[in-house]
Design a protein around this ligand. Structure first.
Ligand SMILES: Nc1ncnc2c1ncn2[C@@H]1O[C@H](COP(=O)(O)OP(=O)(O)O)[C@@H](O)[C@H]1O
Ligand SMILES: [Mg+2]
Length: 297
């Protein structure tokens, strides 16, 4: 079992932005989702785990390796896919993987060839291995990103917003691939989409403004707010007055003039409301709005 331990991590950029604020997380094998809106600090946290930048304070250990001081040792076990990555135009997947394999120190031609075949098959790119990666679709390109990071058999895999821009089918396929490779390694991936973390993540943390707001399993996080979510259909024009009185989490139009609102409340807000099943999205909105929910921290 691999384990990543992040303790009291903080980081402020020279421009004064506090990107990470006392973040502590314990992560072991499996898929871990880092959910947060733009600017939450996800990429900062991931670059820190990937040894590309140093925190101001706090510690990070992976299987006993101090990530801040033993960068070389950590990188041998690391697979990192940044939010944006470029590929050399016109180069085939197979040639690029060969190049990366050499860079990663797989010196034996035979060993490299067999590893390349293995990662191409795992990511379902074997049939298109001769095609230029620059001509790949978004989903294929992201899978190629996974293929290249798997070359050194990483035990710690960090993937930053991999599903952004993928269509629903590609997204599902990509997340399933992450799940497959997370059986014997720690996979941390970030996203701003609740649906990415709902089904496939064993654990997740919701972060905003550099702070870890809630962490736990998807059912656990939903369980904490179960029987506290209420719905009511109101006139669209009344929305602001409801927001002033109730803790409105979200609203959606049901017709031209009417909206259905979801409200967080310990008890039934008024006779007009009815109970509904809590969702992970409700938990996320509660976290973003900074409401304390007992035990959910
Ligand atoms: N190199 C940097 N210099 C200054 N501010 C930065 C830098 N990188 C990120 N930030 C700021 O830090 C905050 C967190 O950014 P980031 O980690 O990229 O969040 P996310 O990946 O969740 O969108 C944002 O306010 C962003 O503008
Ligand atoms: Mg980011």
């Amino acid at each position: 079992m691999n384990s990543l331990s992040i303790k009291n991590l903080s980081k402020q950029y020279p421009n004064g932005v506090k990107a990470l604020s006392d973040i502590s997380l314990d992560i072991s094998d499996g898929m871990f989702g880092l959910l947060g809106p733009n600017g939450a600090g996800k990429s900062t946290l991931m670059r820190t785990i990937a040894t590309l930048q140093q925190p101001d304070s706090g510690s990070l250990f992976f299987n006993g390796i101090d990530i801040c001081s033993d960068q070389t040792q950590l990188r041998r076990q690391l697979g990192y896919l940044p939010q944006e990555f470029g590929v050399y135009p016109g180069e085939s997947a197979e040639r690029l993987l060969n190049y990366f394999g050499i860079l990663k120190g797989i010196d034996s031609n035979k060993e490299r060839a067999s590893k390349i075949r293995e990662v191409l098959e795992l990511t379902n790119l074997f049939d298109v291995r001769k095609n230029a990666v620059s001509d790949y679709s978004g989903g294929m390109r992201q899978r190629f990103g996974i293929a290249q990071l798997l070359l050194n058999d990483p035990k710690l895999i960090v993937v930053d917003e991999p599903t952004a821009g993928l269509d629903p089918e590609e997204r599902r396929r990509f997340l399933n691939l992450l799940r497959e490779i997370s059986e014997n390694s720690v996979v941390i991936f970030s996203t701003h989409l609740v649906e990415d973390v709902t089904e496939l993540c064993q654990n997740l943390a919701m972060i905003n403004k550099g702070m870890a707001l809630m962490k736990g399993t998807p059912p656990g996080l939903v369980g904490h707010i179960d029987s506290k979510i209420w719905v009511c259909e109101i006139k669209a024009a009344e929305l602001d007055s409801y927001k002033a009185i109730y803790h409105v989490l979200s609203s959606s139009f049901t017709s031209q003039q009417k909206v259905k609102i979801r409200v967080f409340s310990e008890s039934k807000p008024s006779p007009d409301f009815s109970a509904t099943n809590a969702s992970l999205e409700d938990a996320y909105f509660i976290a973003l709005q900074g409401v304390r929910v007992d035990h959910a921290y």
